[in-house]
Design a protein around this ligand. Structure first.
Ligand SMILES: C[S@@+](CC[C@H](N)C(=O)[O-])C[C@H]1O[C@@H](n2cnc3c(N)ncnc32)[C@H](O)[C@@H]1O
Length: 249
């Protein structure tokens, strides 16, 4: 069994397990087209293996940040033209701003304090142009409760097996136990384990945390309906408020 930082053990298998994020990319492109059609640059917080950035196409200047060197190594192979950074989404500073910042596939839930969420929103605001678009999604409280009550998920892929079980006995934290049994051939396997922790945050709190720097544009579920704390997922679009202008005397 390996003992390396979160997502580094998972990185070589991540794309095969999750497949192409076609629907996620479609949703993001639709929101950009609707709210920021003139956008030419996108920064992804928690870009992982770069599958989402790659799917947005070559019409954007692309950048990403992730704290897993293993995930970022896959992204670097996939996106040679993008600017990719190893770092923490709660505490980073790049020397450029963007028209759009995205943070998707539950990445925000991985930040396990409310101060951390506040810091992510502040970093996003710092890296957005005035009027820039923030798009993020999160697992709702209801979804993490549901996952915590389900039997382990067993998934076979490329001859390997993933077993994932979720424990939500200590809300607001959900513990995802992931075990990958990598087939080495001849009936032998190497086991990789990750424990990924996600925080459940009520949508009212999400709105309050956003309010200082962002105007909420929409808060939807996967079907485009208004998201609630029992929706499977909440997808949030928000516009960066203009920076205050210091008036000349
Ligand atoms: C579920 S994956 C999503 C990856 C990608 N956004 C996608 O849609 O496929 C979550 C990613 O967030 C990264 N991550 C989690 N917490 C982070 C943090 N505080 N700073 C930087 N990256 C973080 C993980 O390393 C992982 O690559």
């Amino acid at each position: 069994m390996t003992d390396i930082p979160a997502y580094d053990a998972f990185a070589p298998f991540y794309d095969a397990v999750n497949g192409e994020p076609v629907e996620r990319i479609r949703q993001i492109l639709a929101l950009i087209t609707h709210y920021r059609p003139d956008a030419t640059s996108v920064l992804e917080l928690g870009c992982g293996t770069g599958a989402v950035l790659a799917g947005l196409g070559s019409g954007f200047r692309l950048a990403g940040i992730d704290q897993s060197a293993g995930m970022l190594a896959v992204a670097e192979r996939r996106l040679p033209g993008a600017s990719l950074h190893l770092g923490d989404i709660t505490n980073f500073a790049l020397a450029e701003t963007f028209d759009v910042v995205i943070c998707v596939f539950d990445t925000l839930n991985h930040v396990i304090t409310l101060d951390g969420w506040r810091a992510v929103f502040a970093r996003a605001a710092q890296h957005l142009v005035d009027g820039g678009l923030l798009v993020f999604d999160c697992n709702t409280v209801g979804r993490l409760e549901e996952l915590g009550s389900m039997a382990p998920w067993v998934h076979d892929f490329d001859g390997h097996t993933l077993i994932m079980s979720v424990n939500f006995d200590q809300p607001p934290l959900a513990f995802f136990d992931l075990r990958i049994f990598e087939s080495l051939g001849g009936g032998t396997f190497r086991e990789h384990q990750e424990v990924i922790v996600e925080q459940a945050v009520e949508l009212l709190t999400v709105r309050e945390l956003l309010d200082s720097d962002f105007e909420l544009l929409e808060l939807c579920d996967d079907d485009g309906q208004r998201a609630t704390d029992t929706s499977a997922r909440a997808i949030v679009s928000a516009r960066r408020r203009p920076r205050s202008v210091v008036e000349k005397p």
